[in-house]
Write a protein that binds this ligand. Sequence first.
Ligand code: AP5
Ligand code: MG
Length: 193
Amino acid sequence: MKNIIIFGAPGSGKGTYSDMIVEKFGMGHISTGDVLRAEIKNGTELGKIAKGYIDEGQLIPDSLMVDILASTYDRQPKGCGVIFDGFPRTIAQAEALKTMLAERGDDMGLMIELVVEEDVLMARLLNRAIEQGRADDNKETIQKRFDVYRTQTAPLSEWFAKEGIRHTFAWSELKTKEGMIEAIFQTVEQANK
Ligand code: AP5
Ligand code: MG
């Protein structure tokens, strides 16, 4: 399987659709948010650094993230493809990912972009706050995460378009979770033919 980069704003469904892709195609899955939350839970040095940024809705510095990503990638099973969920989030991270994969004889495969309106995202995340109690799922921090996404991460979409690997899925067109995942599965299958 080709690697997949799943890209979108907070609450757009990166984790949800990654789980569904993993179940269907048996790929590896790296969620940098989950990696960082595990470090926080385990009280590691990295966790202590990451907590300050996550609680403020800010990005962890690129240099730190790139190292974490490379070491996590090297621990993934080989040959079945990996989904990158929440990475890259800046142009610098994207360039570093491309280089890191090329050094290993791999490539980025395809990029799946999830486009969802902010009012829908806010409602989803406030609902998740009740169900899961994630520390950064409160209105003020969610708003900061949206701002960071708009200014630092969304511009990357064009970078992927120039790489010729961007596939965009819009909630306003596909309208249901089933509609979204069906379209995503078709694209993944097509890319692996
Ligand atoms: P991260 O954990 O990646 O958070 P995020 O980008 O804010 O995204 P979420 O995990 O909140 O949303 P999601 O897109 O996965 O949506 P989900 O499937 O859960 O990052 C957290 C923090 O870590 C960052 O702010 C930053 O500080 C740091 N960080 C991480 N990576 C970094 C990096 N590369 N560089 C620097 N810093 C980094 O869905 C949301 C909810 O909606 C769920 O409850 C789901 O069930 C529900 N839902 C309802 N309807 C639907 C539907 N139709 N489709 C999908 N989900 C739905
Ligand atoms: Mg997630």
